[in-house]
Design a protein around this ligand. Structure first.
Ligand SMILES: Cc1ncc(COP(=O)(O)O)c(C=O)c1O
Length: 366
């Protein structure tokens, strides 16, 4: 690999008061809980326009809190997409439920009501649309299907803050919406997560589970709780990130527009389709590589790009390819899984470097 060029897959951008707030939290000696946690919840809640926002230690524990608040348990079924990051499926298994994997749309790579309906059974308690790569699922038909069958919806918006669907923020349309602030995400706290909801009962139950099942009576465990808490240090970074989220978003949109422009009508390279209903802030710009145009295969392309100093990632493994979910064969998920390559996407990525990534990929086409 040449020492001169290294374009990483992701890089956080600290344009504002991140360091100052972090030092302030540190010097306050409040390094577990503290004022920044309350402030981050309030700022995030206000940004999303929801009644409640509950911080979590990461996006996976945010999902766990959401499932516990809804009482998802052994014997229940949770519908998740068969392609996407599989935290929603894993948490279903953790609470003793079955993850029922639905096919996804071949163009948007997201689950739709059409793929969800055949997965519904009398045991279905929850549908978890995952807004993969920052795209947003076609939510209105999913919400009306869920209403019709009286099934709860938790949106996994870990990759989709602050994308919008018909004007509504990803994560604010279901009973609960979860987010991740891991280092590669659009806003980051290092590790961290959030759940938003309008429902005071769900909010109270999540708060209970987050803190060992204890309320005000110290050491009295009302339920078998966890420690899902975010630290004050993490929240301090989150407050600063949220203050300049618009700049982060506009830089990401610059990058995604450059990729979209270069790959529009490119032979053998197809970007994820984003519907006109969606105003996406992509976590990751991703494309499928047609095996006819790239006979060496997606994984060989990833290696060839790495040799040129460009870090990319393969698509997620389809759930049907991984034994633990017992998912039936899902040809669309499997094909996307084999063909997707996700590309460097972050605010400080220069126009020249985007062009270079695009040039390299097209030069590898046979
Ligand atoms: C869609 C999705 N859900 C959940 C998670 C889990 O989030 P975290 O890594 O913060 O636990 C991720 C991954 O980062 C994700 O991409």
């Amino acid at each position: 690999m040449p020492a001169t060029l290294m374009i990483p897959y992701a890089q956080p951008s600290f344009f504002g008061a991140e360091e100052a707030y972090l030092v302030e939290a540190f010097r306050s000696t409040w390094i577990s809980g503290g004022a920044f946690v309350d402030r981050f919840e309030e700022d995030f809640r206000r940004y999303c326009g929801t009644r409640y926002a509950v911080t979590a230690s990461n996006g996976t524990t945010a999902l766990h809190m959401a499932y516990l608040a809804l009482g998802i348990k052994h014997g229940d079924e949770v519908i998740v997409p068969g392609f996407g990051f599989l935290a929603a499926a894993n948490i279903a298994l953790h609470v003793g439920a079955r993850a029922v994997c639905a096919e996804v749309d071949p163009d948007t790579w997201c689950m739709t009501a059409r793929e969800i309906e055949p997965c519904i059974s009398p045991r279905t308690r929850l549908i978890v649309p995952v807004h993969t790569y920052g795209n947003v699922c076609d939510m209105d038909p999913i919400l009306s299907l869920a209403r019709h069958y009286r099934i709860a919806v938790v949106e996994d918006a870990a990759e989709a803050f602050p994308s919008r669907y018909r004007g509504r923020l990803a994560g604010t349309m279901g009973a609960l919406g979860t987010y991740s602030f891991q280092a590669t995400k659009t806003i980051t706290t290092g590790e961290g997560g959030m759940v938003v909801t309008e429902d005071s009962r769900l909010h109270d139950t999540m708060s209970l589970y987050r803190n060992h099942g204890m309320r005000t009576r110290r050491y009295w465990h009302e339920v078998a709780g966890h420690n899902f808490r975010m630290t004050n240090l993490q929240a301090a970074i989150g407050c600063a990130q949220l203050e300049h989220v618009e700049r982060i978003v506009s830089e990401r949109k610059r990058v995604q527009a450059l990729y979209a422009d270069r790959f529009l009508n490119a032979d053998g390279i197809t970007p994820q389709r984003v519907s006109p209903d969606v105003d996406a802030t992509l976590w990751s710009c991703a494309v499928t590589l047609d095996p006819l145009a790239f006979p060496q295969g997606r994984d060989a392309v990833i290696s060839q790009l790495a040799e040129a100093g460009i870090e990319t990632r393969p698509g997620f493994y389809a759930a049907s390819l991984i034994g633990i979910y017992e998912a039936p064969p899902q040809p669309i998920c499997a094909a996307i899984s084999r063909q997707v390559i996700s590309l460097p996407t972050y605010p400080s990525l220069s126009d020249d470097h985007v062009a270079l990534v695009c040039d390299r990929i097209t030069s590898l086409r046979k």
